[in-house]
Ligand binder design. Structure first.
Ligand code: ADP
Length: 537
C-alpha cells in the first residue's frame, strides 16, 4: 500500500478547510441529497463527501457506509486531493497503491473509487465528493461530468453558509453597536429631557416669556430626539427579532382619554378638527401592551394630522366587538398615489412630493407592532381626497389577578417616607434622579457603583433600590445578585438607558423585579412607587 503524500500547501489547505467550520457538524439534507444523487448517477452503493483533516478523512455526508471517518494514511481521498480532475481507480486489485489497503482487504471492500476534488474558490482541495463500489467499474463521460458538477455544488453550499454567517455576524455587530449607542444617546437625553421637564413644572411662573419659550424648545427638541432614537432602536429590535410585548391589564376608559388628550393637543397645534369616538361593547379592562398600543395610535394619528391642511377633519373611531377592536383613522388630507401604497410599509420610505419631517419608519414599525399583537393593518387612500387606515387587534381579556394588581397600582399612593437608594455612576444622571425624586417629595441616597452600594447596605436599609445596569466595576446585574444573596426580600428595580436590557429574564435572574427605562418618565415612576412602596393606611 502506498499512502498519499502531504500536499505542499498543506497549511493553507487546512486553513481553507477550517474556514468553513464544517468538521464534526451534524448531517444536513442539502449535502445528503448531493451524495444520494452522486450514488444514483454513478451507480455505486457508496457515495461520500469526505473532508481531509491532518490525521483523518471525515465524512460530512455518506450514503451506504456507517463509518464517520477513517485514518488519513489509508484514505483514497488523500490521493484524490492531489489531482486537478477526477481521480479514478477502476479496480483496486490491479493497483499496487491500493491492493493491500485495509479498506480494500476488509470492509467496505473497495474495488472501484472515483473522487472529484472539492476545490475552494482560491484553489485549495479540502476533500472530495466520491463514489465507491465493491465491484470494478469505469465511469462514462456523463457520469464524470455529473460528479464534477455535484462537487462544485458542495463547495457552493459551503460558500453560501460562510456568506450567511458573515451577514449574521455583521448583523449581530450592528445590533450590539446600536444597543451601546442607545445607552450613550439616552444618557445625555436623560439629562436634557429630565431637567427641562422639571424646570417647566417648577419654574414656569418665574421665567420670562423669552426664556420660557427657549425652555419649551429645549423640551420639544429633546423629546423629538428621543423619539427618533427610540424609532431607530425599535427598528433594530424588529430586525433582530427581539421586539416583545409587555402585556398588562389596561383600564380602557382612562387609556383612551389620555390618548385623546395627546392627539387633541397635536390637532390643535395644526388647526385640524378632530373627532374621536369609542363604540361597541367595551370590557372595562383589556390585556395589552399599552405603550405599544399608544405608539400604534399616535403614529397613525400623527401622520393623518401631518398630511392634512388646517381646518380639515381627522376622524378616529375605536369599535369594540366580541373578538377584536378596530381603530380607524381617517383624514381628508393629500392622500397617497396608488402606486406608492405598497411601498409605505417598507423601511425608510417617504412618498409623495412634499418633504415632511419624519424618518419614513413609522408605518413599518406600526405594522410590525400590530402583527406582533396578532392583528392586521389596511390602508386605503385616494390622491387629493384623503387616507383611511384601519387596524384590527384581537381582544384579550386580563385575568382577575392582573386587574387586581392594576387597581392597587392606580389607587394607592406611595409612602412619602420610603427609603430609596439609587445606584448610578453618572454625575448628571445622579442630579436628574435627585431632582425627579425631590419633585415627588422623596429623598434618596446615592451610590456611585455596585461596590459602593454593597458597602452602603451594610449600615442602611432601603425599601427599594433603583439600579443602573451599566456601572464601572461590577455591573447592575452582579450587584443585584449579591444584594439578593444577603437580603432575599430586597426590592430592586433596574434603571436602564439600554432598551435591550429590558429583557425580563436576565433581570429576574439577577433578582430585579421590574425595570424603569431612562430617561425616567415621571408618570411611570409614580406608578412604580405606588406599586412597590404603597403608603400604609
Ligand atoms: P414618517 O415618519 O416619514 O411619517 P411613515 O412610515 O409614518 O414615516 O410614513 C411614510 C410615508 O407615508 C410618509 O412620509 C407619507 O409620505 C406617507 N403617509 C403616511 N400616512 C399618510 C397620510 N395619512 N396621508 C398622506 N400620506 C401619508
Amino acid at each position: 500500500m502506498i499512502s498519499a503524500t502531504i500536499p505542499d500547501n498543506e497549511d493553507e489547505r487546512l486553513k481553507a478547510l477550517y474556514r468553513y467550520e464544517v468538521l464534526d457538524t451534524a448531517a444536513e439534507k442539502v449535502f445528503d441529497d448531493l451524495t444520494e444523487l452522486a450514488s444514483e448517477i454513478c451507480d455505486t452503493p457508496i457515495a461520500l463527501i469526505s473532508l481531509v483533516d491532518p490525521d483523518r478523512q471525515w465524512f460530512k455526508s455518506k450514503v451506504g457506509l456507517d463509518a464517520d471517518e477513517t485514518s488519513r494514511d489509508i484514505a483514497f481521498c488523500a490521493h484524490a486531493i492531489h489531482q486537478k480532475e477526477i481521480f479514478e481507480v477502476t479496480d483496486t486489485h490491479q493497483d499496487t497503491r491500493f491492493k493491500d489497503n485495509p479498506l480494500v482487504q476488509s470492509d467496505p471492500h473497495i474495488r472501484f473509487y472515483a473522487g472529484t476534488p472539492l476545490r475552494t474558490p482560491d484553489g485549495h482541495a479540502i476533500g472530495t465528493l466520491c463514489a465507491i463500489s465493491d465491484k470494478p467499474k469505469e465511469l462514462n463521460e456523463h457520469q464524470r461530468k455529473a460528479l464534477e458538477i455535484l462537487g462544485r455544488q458542495v463547495i457552493s453550499q459551503l460558500e453560501l453558509r460562510l456568506k450567511i454567517k458573515e451577514v449574521e455576524l455583521a448583523n449581530q455587530r450592528k445590533t450590539d453597536f446600536l444597543s451601546n449607542l442607545s445607552h450613550e444617546l439616552r444618557t445625555p437625553l436623560n439629562a436634557i429631557v429630565g431637567f427641562s421637564q422639571l424646570m417647566l413644572k417648577e419654574q414656569q411662573a418665574s421665567l420670562s416669556d423669552k426664556y420660557l419659550s427657549f425652555l419649551k424648545h429645549l423640551d420639544f427638541s429633546g423629546k423629538r430626539l428621543l423619539d427618533l432614537v427610540n424609532t431607530v432602536l425599535d427598528l433594530n429590535k424588529i430586525e433582530a427579532g427581539k421586539l416583545g410585548l409587555d402585556n398588562r391589564a389596561v383600564s380602557i376608559k382612562p387609556f383612551f382619554e389620555s390618548i385623546h388628550g395627546v392627539i387633541r393637543a397635536l390637532a390643535d397645534e395644526k388647526g385640524v378638527t378632530l373627532t374621536f369616538s369609542i363604540s361597541g361593547i367595551q370590557p372595562e379592562f383589556i390585556l395589552v401592551d399599552e405603550v405599544r398600543l399608544s405608539q400604534i395610535i399616535l403614529n397613525l394619528v400623527a401622520n393623518a394630522i401631518k398630511f392634512s391642511p388646517a381646518h380639515q377633519t381627522v376622524t378616529i373611531s375605536v369599535v369594540f366587538s366580541q373578538e377584536q377592536f378596530t381603530i380607524a383613522v381617517k383624514d381628508q388630507g393629500e392622500g397617497i398615489a396608488e402606486s406608492d401604497i405598497p411601498l409605505l410599509f417598507a423601511k425608510f420610505q417617504q412618498v409623495g412630493n412634499a418633504k415632511h419631517e419624519g424618518s419614513g419608519l413609522g408605518l413599518m414599525i406600526t405594522k410590525s407592532l400590530v402583527e406582533l399583537m396578532g392583528g392586521s393593518i389596511k390602508l386605503n387612500s385616494t390622491l387629493g381626497k384623503g387616507t383611511l387606515v384601519k387596524v384590527d387587534i384581537p381582544l384579550k381579556l386580563p385575568e382577575d389577578k392582573d386587574v387586581h394588581k392594576l387597581n392597587e397600582r392606580t389607587q394607592r399612593q406611595y409612602n412619602l417616607n420610603t427609603k430609596i437608594l439609587v445606584v448610578e455612576d453618572n454625575g448628571i444622571n445622579q442630579e436628574v434622579a435627585k431632582a425627579i425624586f425631590d419633585s415627588l417629595g422623596l429623598n434618596i441616597d446615592l451610590a456611585d457603583s455596585g461596590e459602593d452600594a454593597l458597602v452602603t447596605l451594610q449600615n442602611n436599609q432601603y425599601d427599594v433600590i433603583f439600579m443602573d445596569l451599566h456601572l464601572p466595576g461590577i455591573d447592575g446585574f452582579e450587584t443585584s445578585k449579591q444584594i439578593i444573596q444577603r437580603l432575599p426580600n430586597q426590592i430592586i428595580i433596574a434603571l436602564t438607558a439600554d432598551i435591550f436590557a429590558g429583557k425580563n429574564d436576565l433581570l429576574r435572574q439577577s433578582g430585579m423585579i421590574d425595570y424603569l427605562s431612562k430617561p425616567i418618565d415621571l408618570k411611570s415612576l409614580v406608578k412604580m412607587l405606588n406599586q412597590y412602596c404603597p403608603s400604609q393606611h
